[in-house]
Design a protein around this ligand. Structure first.
Ligand SMILES: [Zn+2]
Length: 218
């Protein structure tokens, strides 16, 4: 029994669900990645690279320390492990990270179109906006640096330019819920943009109301 068995199981379940729902862009591929930090940040459980999600077992999930040294698992960890660990280092309230290639967030990724304050639930759950993280090659240190450069806004979702999406949560259930919410708002915003009509945004006092409530929520 490993102290990270719980996190590894959660990571596997989340990855399988995201794959089945099409959040990785294809149901048979190995794109995207999922991780979860153990309490106290002793270790991070993360999906391996190069194995299709339907074939993945809990033994395939890797664990790394916060310096990215591999602790468990015989497979190579996701190429985006540095990006995940950087998030845990910078955002102590975050314990789960989901990186996807989901369709409508990917549309906004190639339009390089951030999502403004459009719905109450978005501000309450994700934050006042979904910013665009500038493009860098997948798995590169530059991409991890570009992500780190946006994390201080305290939001829980980001769109990576010409790449995909990033959703964070205090636990895995919240990270998955945010992934789903991001896809809903991306789809709604894209269709609204396509209409060519003026987009209605939330009034500033409503934004401030939800931000104040969000600060009070642990
Ligand atoms: Zn990716």
């Amino acid at each position: 029994m490993s102290p990270t068995d719980h996190q590894k199981e959660k990571v596997l379940q989340a990855a399988r669900w995201l794959s089945e729902q099409g959040y990785f862009g294809g149901k048979l591929g190995s794109g995207g990645n999922v991780s979860m930090a153990a309490a106290g940040r002793q270790a991070v459980a993360i999906t391996p690279s190069g194995i299709a999600y339907p074939d993945m077992t809990v033994e395939d999930i890797c664990t790394l320390d916060m310096r990215q040294k591999q602790l468990e698992g015989s497979r190579s960890p996701s190429m985006e492990a540095g990006m995940h660990i950087g998030i845990y280092r910078q955002r102590p309230e975050i314990s789960a990270v989901v990186h996807t290639h989901q369709l409508f967030a990917s549309v906004l990724a190639i339009l390089s179109e951030p999502i403004p304050a459009l719905f109450d639930e978005i501000i309450a759950e994700i934050g006042p906006c979904v910013e665009i993280i500038p493009y860098a090659v997948s798995g590169s240190r530059q991409l991890a640096r570009n992500v780190a450069g946006k994390l201080d806004n305290g939001c829980c979702c980001y769109i990576i330019q010409n790449h995909g999406a990033l959703s964070l949560g205090k636990d895995m259930a919240t990270a998955l819920k945010n992934t789903e919410l991001l896809e809903k708002v991306s789809q709604a915003y894209y269709y609204a943009l396509c209409s060519g009509r003026e987009i209605s945004r939330l009034p500033e006092d409503a934004v401030q109301h939800w931000l104040a409530l969000r600060k009070k929520t642990p």
